[in-house]
Structures are given as structure tokens and as C-alpha cells.
Ligand binder design. Structure first.
Ligand code: FE
Length: 240
């Protein structure tokens, strides 16, 4: 009798255990189902983030180009984007090292010359944003060690703008000398116009802010290319 009763109790416990296991599995099943879509969501998120990133990626260079264009606002971009007027290029002191009678040469660079070669291009415009053909530009500068050639005409030369009002100067980045940041002296004159005497500066030079003559409106826009360092600057001379 006891045996039979025990057997019944044992069977009941067995059934309970099976029922409990089924319940436990049932409870786990929805959790697995939740996890599954949740996992899909996780993989979906990067997919939906990815296009956002690909949209954001081109914005980065745009932001960058805005900041690099900033120094050029006073110069190269002044007559861009349909603008019809611009201010005359700021005048700066001639300094003690100007020599008249420079040779006509747009290439001041000589092989073996110390320093970084640079090609500077730009236009001469009048203040109505019209290119000035045959404008005279006379450049002079220190060499990479900060020395001027006062006996000859090394790193001195004049040229004229072409039929589009464009000039191109090949030279070296000038060195520092006491009290002065890196700069290239220039005189610009439209045919029969007023001569503008000024200086061009290089962005990112620590001494710019320590030089009382420095003017941010005369900063070159620089680009490092496969062909070397390129500078850009547009001059604006009084309208005739
Ligand atoms: Fe100088």
C-alpha cells in the first residue's frame, strides 16, 4: 500500500517537474525572441548611422575649406562669387632694401638656392573687379637665411600681368631677420595708375603676431601640392 502511494507521489513529482520545465522553457522563449529583434536593431543601427556618416563626411572638408578660405577673404576671394567691387590692397612700408631697376624675370628661383621653392599666382584687379592687363609687379625679398642681395639682383624681379590680368612668381620662402616675420615685398601698378607698395605674408608663422608691420589682409593662401608649395594672392589697385 505504501509502495503504491509512494509510486503515485513519485509520478506526481515527476509530472510537476516536467510541467515546471515546460513553463521555464516557455518563459525563456519570449526572451530569446526579444533578444533576436534586439540584435537586429543593433545591426540596423550601424546601417542607419552609416548614411548619416557618409553625409557628414563631405561636410568635414567643407568646414575645412571654410577655415582655410578665411585668410584669403581679403584677397583671392574678394572678387569671387559675382562680387563687383573690392577694396584696394593695403599699402605697407617699402623698407630699406628696395632697389629700382630690377630685371624683368618672373622666376627668381635658382638651382641650389637654399629654402623652400614656392610658386605664387594671382591676378591684379581694379576695384571694380576688372582684371588689369599689363599691370607692373616688382618683387624683392630676403633669401631663406634672411639676407637681401643689396649688391646684385638675386631674388628681385619685375613682371607684367598677361591678357587675363594674371601673374606668376617662382621664388623661395623668405627667411626671418631681426624684428620681421616672413614676407615678400611688392610694388603693383596698373598702366598709368597709382603704385601700391606692400608686402605678402605667410600663414601659420609664429612671428606674424610679433611683427608690427604684419597685416592679415596680405596673407598668401598656401597649398601643398605634388609639384611643391603653391601660393595665391590677388591684388586690387585703384580703378583708372
Ligand atoms: Fe623686408
Amino acid at each position: 500500500m505504501y509502495k503504491w502511494r509512494n509510486q503515485v507521489i513519485q509520478n506526481k513529482l515527476y509530472i510537476l517537474a516536467i510541467a515546471f520545465s515546460i513553463l521555464a522553457l516557455a518563459a525563456c522563449a519570449p526572451a530569446t525572441a526579444v533578444n533576436s529583434p534586439s540584435g537586429n536593431t543593433v545591426t540596423t543601427v550601424p546601417t542607419s548611422v552609416s548614411p548619416t556618416n557618409s553625409i557628414a563626411t563631405p561636410l568635414i572638408p567643407e568646414t575645412g575649406s571654410t577655415s582655410t578660405a578665411e585668410p584669403a577673404t581679403d584677397s583671392s576671394l574678394a572678387c569671387g562669387g559675382g562680387a563687383t567691387s573690392a577694396n584696394v590692397t593695403p599699402s605697407l612700408t617699402e623698407g630699406p632694401y628696395y632697389k629700382s631697376g630690377s630685371p624683368g624675370q618672373a622666376n627668381l628661383f635658382q638651382e641650389g638656392m637654399p629654402g623652400t621653392k614656392i610658386v605664387i599666382t594671382g591676378y591684379v584687379y581694379d576695384t571694380n573687379c576688372q582684371p588689369v592687363v599689363n599691370a607692373w609687379l616688382d618683387f624683392w625679398q630676403a633669401d631663406a637665411n634672411g639676407n637681401y642681395d643689396n649688391s646684385g639682383y638675386t631674388l628681385r624681379g619685375h613682371q607684367y600681368t598677361d591678357a587675363n590680368g594674371r601673374f606668376q612668381l617662382t621664388t623661395v620662402v623668405p627667411g626671418l631677420y631681426p624684428g620681421r616675420t616672413e614676407h615678400i615685398h611688392v610694388k603693383v601698378q596698373a598702366p598709368n595708375g597709382q603704385t601700391i607698395t606692400s608686402q605678402l605674408f605667410f600663414p601659420g608663422v609664429t612671428q606674424n603676431n610679433e611683427d608690427g608691420i604684419y597685416n592679415a589682409g596680405l596673407l598668401l593662401s598656401l597649398t601643398e601640392t605634388a609639384d611643391g608649395l603653391q601660393g595665391q594672392y590677388n591684388f586690387f589697385v585703384p580703378g583708372s
